[in-house]
Design a protein around this ligand. Structure first.
Ligand SMILES: Nc1ncnc2c1ncn2[C@@H]1O[C@H](COP(=O)(O)OP(=O)(O)OP(=O)(O)O)[C@@H](O)[C@H]1O
Length: 255
């Protein structure tokens, strides 16, 4: 379960108002796409959900509880640029998250727990089409493969909320269709609530169950930092299309 409630939320940096009076309720398992002008506070909003930025005023709640003031395994994030460890193989990049969450002090798993983690990592690699590249290093992968691995890295710890900050923005348009397919399948199989920033309007319509447009309602030409952005449009999208889970992947990913 991961519903998100935003109540009278403001975010300011010094004299600059970035977000003003945001009010929103997002149900569990919604796929929210976010568009808006550059600099209007979209990433700031994701960073508050992640717990690395705090609201200046107002409330940000996950399942009715304030977002903890630090990232946790219940929230995963993927950025436009891949965040992989270059000295680790594809498989080890995936295993790392499981090893750290399963063994906080040693960062290593042993015996049955390691076997279980390996199985999980391998079935996820299979699901994202990277099983044949399991022993390669990130520098040996294409951009699309690296981004698939970054997504898998965030998903493997089964977050309730997945935050995607223009995850496909740096990729060749030709491969984004594959990426869309993968993200939709992971979303359905892992039962996550997703927030995804994109600059591609078509993508926002294709993927989302709901589209939020961030913009300023008021402008002061003499003091552009005086007013912040808020949600100016909140558009329900093709919800039905994404409701049924894909059986094969569900069996693979949800144990
Ligand atoms: N840590 C910070 N300290 C001061 N100002 C910041 C900080 N983080 C963001 N800002 C400012 O807040 C505003 C919103 O930034 P943010 O990155 O959230 O915008 P965005 O909508 O995601 O933009 P883009 O689409 O270009 O990525 C910008 O003016 C930015 O300079």
């Amino acid at each position: 379960m991961a519903s998100v409630t935003v109540k009278h939320l403001w975010k300011e940096y010094g004299d600059q108002v970035v977000l003003e009076n945001l009010n929103l309720h997002v149900a569990d398992r919604e796929f929210v796409t976010i568009i808006g002008a550059s600099g209007c506070g979209k990433t700031t909003f994701l960073r508050m959900l992640l717990g690395v930025e705090q609201p200046t005023k107002g409330q940000l709640l996950i399942d009715g509880q304030p977002v903890p003031a630090e990232p946790g395994p219940d929230r995963g994030i993927v950025f436009q640029r891949y965040s992989l460890f270059p000295h680790l193989s594809v498989l080890d990049n995936l295993m790392l998250g499981l090893e750290f969450s399963g063994s906080r002090w040693l960062g290593k798993l042993f015996g049955a727990r390691r076997r279980e983690a390996l199985e999980k990592a391998e079935s996820l690699l299979e699901a994202i089409g990277l099983h044949t590249a399991r022993d390669k290093y990130p520098s040996q992968l294409s951009g699309g493969m690296q981004q698939r691995l970054s997504i898998a890295q965030s998903v493997i710890r089964e977050p309730k909320i997945l935050l995607l900050d223009e995850p496909f923005g740096a990729l060749d348009p030709g491969i984004t269709a594959d990426m869309h397919e993968i993200i939709l399948r992971l979303w359905q199989a892992n039962r996550m609530t997703i927030f995804m920033i994109t600059h591609d309007l078509k993508e926002s319509f294709q993927l989302g169950t709901r589209l939020l447009v961030f913009d300023k309602r008021r402008h002061d030409p003499h003091a552009p930092e005086r007013y912040g952005a808020t949600v100016t449009y909140d558009i329900p999208l093709n919800r039905k299309k994404h409701t049924a889970p894909t059986p094969a992947l569900t069996a693979e990913l949800v144990r």
